[in-house]
Design a protein around this ligand. Structure first.
Ligand code: HEC
Length: 151
């Protein structure tokens, strides 16, 4: 019985999941950062006073951003998916694959800044604003080295 179930499961997997092509990886990467941007945008609006501060919403946005920051996006760094190979489809610079340790370190700095932000997001606009600023600096530090200005 058990064996039959396992065999059935093995058969159904390829039907659901397809091996990713380089273009799919680039699209997934852009999708990932678009989610990061969405959560960060809501927080930045509150930090800058463009949206009213709401502790519950700030906590929810920061929680989602924390989840995203913990996603180890090594799977999105498949070789052959930089803008040198996929011109027009990605802004990821080849430097990511030449200095992967530094790229990962910038990812860790982002993750740590988001964890700090999540700790204070519900504690008022004055606590939120500087923490959002620190996260923003980690976005910029990575983009400056690893993201092309344009597609
Ligand atoms: C560790 C590096 C790193 C960090 C940290 C990082 N990004 Fe990015 N981001 C990238 C790379 C690389 C790309 C390009 C992805 C691609 O085009 O394949 C990107 C792309 C984007 C995009 C573009 C999607 C598009 O349509 O071109 C947005 C928006 C974005 N990031 C926002 C953010 C924000 C906001 C933060 C911080 C809250 C952040 N990123 C943190 C590396 C990073």
């Amino acid at each position: 019985m058990h064996k039959i179930l396992l065999a059935a499961a093995a058969l159904s997997v390829p039907a659901l999941a397809q091996a990713a092509e380089p273009g799919d990886i680039a699209a997934a990467r852009i999708g990932y950062f678009s989610l990061v941007n969405l959560e960060m945008g809501g927080l930045a609006a509150m930090a800058q006073g463009k949206a009213p501060y709401d502790a519950e919403r700030a906590r929810a946005l920061a929680g989602d951003l924390k989840l995203l920051s913990e996603y180890l996006h090594d799977d999105l760094l498949m070789p052959g998916t930089s803008n040198a190979e996929l011109a027009g489809k990605t802004r990821a610079l080849p430097a990511i694959w030449e200095q992967t340790e530094d790229y990962r370190a910038k990812g860790m700095a982002f993750r740590e800044a988001v964890a700090a932000l999540q700790g204070v997001a519900g504690e008022g606009q004055e606590a939120l604003a500087p923490a959002v600023g620190k996260v923003g600096a980690t976005c910029k530090a990575c983009h400056d080295s690893y993201r092309a200005k344009d597609f």
